[in-house]
Design a protein around this ligand. Structure first.
Ligand code: OSB
Ligand code: MG
Length: 366
């Protein structure tokens, strides 16, 4: 078994601005496992800075090298890995990198595409788009293009003080489109009067208005506004999802397998949401074609009832590191039908994008 990581840097087609900053590139860690003639991949959702959560690329490499990779010996089933890794608290993005590697490995071992190995697939993913902040005129132009491409819902990033201008101008031009807004935790409960003013824009939901780890204030806010609340950052486990519904902190959850520790927890969260009358969709972290393939397979699960942030590769990059890229038609993407994630690294281009790499495990036999 050989486990390697590669840190690659890809320039984004368009800078992506959220309330916590602007990303010009995606610096992604790709993990590669070779075992018994199978080559499996995964991608960590962390980037250089710990600004979305406390994890970043350095902590992911550290935690995988020193902790999560140790749970691969003796070689585990997916459930055994999850059980062993419970010993480590937090670091879900590092944890998920190995869990997802195992999903790709075992679906390839069983000669099944990942969506089929996961099961209960509707066969395709419903796709929405996440649009970063910019001049409102530029945002409106990008929304117009996205609608023409067939995206099923438009999400725009907002921040405190910009929300009325951004959402007001968008609604002037597009009064009826399925619209949501993501604040990436830029507000506090003291901003309740400001947040009430958002109700008039008729959003499907507002995503993560309050602190990244909060449930209680979201529950208070939810009682005061008519816009449904979607949680992203705050939901880091099935248990958090259960608590969120129990205290009425949200109506919707943006599931990112990286944030919640992997695919198994993602499915568990989708089930909890369904049992509580909530809704779920699969989010994104500007992944390359590797992470995206996981997200699209998962987004095709029948419990995932809202369109997600799973744009085709071309939204993010001029050229992606994978051989096969996704195409969207009428807001729908079909997962690949080859075993596992169904796509692999485009080696020559991939090599040209590597910043650093390392061997984590090498026990002699691939
Ligand atoms: O909050 O959903 C978010 C990107 C980076 C970090 C956080 C978020 C996002 C996105 C982009 O909204 C989703 C995507 O298109 O991958
Ligand atoms: Mg979000």
């Amino acid at each position: 078994m050989i486990l390697k990581y590669f840190l690659v840097s890809l320039k984004l087609k368009n800078p992506f601005t959220t309330s916590f900053g602007t990303a010009y590139s995606r610096n992604a860690i790709i993990f590669q496992l070779e075992k018994d003639g199978i080559v499996a991949y995964s991608e960590a959702v962390t980037d250089t800075d710990p600004d979305y959560s406390y994890e970043n690329n350095d902590s992911t490499i550290y935690m995988v090298k020193n902790y999560f990779s140790k749970f691969l010996d003796p070689f585990p089933t997916i459930d055994e890995y999850i059980e062993r890794s419970k010993k480590i608290k937090g670091y879900n993005m590092a944890r998920a990198s190995i869990e997802m590697l195992l999903w790709d490995y075992y679906s390839k071992l069983n000669n099944k595409p990942l969506y089929d190995f996961i099961g209960e697939s509707r066969g395709y993913a419903n796709v929405g788009i996440s649009i970063g902040m910019d001049d409102t005129e530029k945002m409106i132009k990008r929304i117009d293009e996205a609608l023409k491409l067939g995206y099923k819902r438009i999400k725009v990033k907002i921040k405190k003080g910009m929300e009325m201008d951004i959402l007001g101008k968008i609604r002037d031009v597009f009064p009826e489109i399925p619209l949501t807004a993501d604040a990436n935790s830029d507000y506090t409960i003291k901003d309740i009067d400001l947040l009430k003013r958002i109700d008039k824009f008729n959003l499907i939901y507002i995503e993560q208005p309050l602190a990244f780890d909060d449930l209680i204030d979201h529950a208070k806010l939810r009682k005061e506004i008519s816009t449904p609340i979607c949680l992203d950052e705050s939901i880091t486990s099935p248990d958090k999802a259960r608590k969120a519904f129990e205290i009425g902190a949200c109506d919707v959850i943006n599931i990112k397998p990286g944030r919640v520790g992997g695919i198994k927890n993602s499915l568990e969260i989708a089930k909890i949401a369904r049992e509580n009358g909530g809704h779920v969709w699969i989010g994104g972290m500007l992944e390359t074609g590797i992470g995206r393939a996981f997200n699209i397979s998962l987004a095709s699960h029948s419990l995932i009832d809202y369109p997600g942030d799973t744009s085709p590769n071309s939204k993010y990059f001029e050229r992606d590191i994978v051989k096969k890229t996704f195409e969207m038609n009428n807001g729908i993407i079909y997962p690949f039908k080859d075993p596992g994630i169904g796509t692999s690294i485009d080696h020559e281009f991939f090599l040209s994008k590597i910043i650093s790499s390392g061997i984590i495990i090498n026990n002699g036999k691939a």
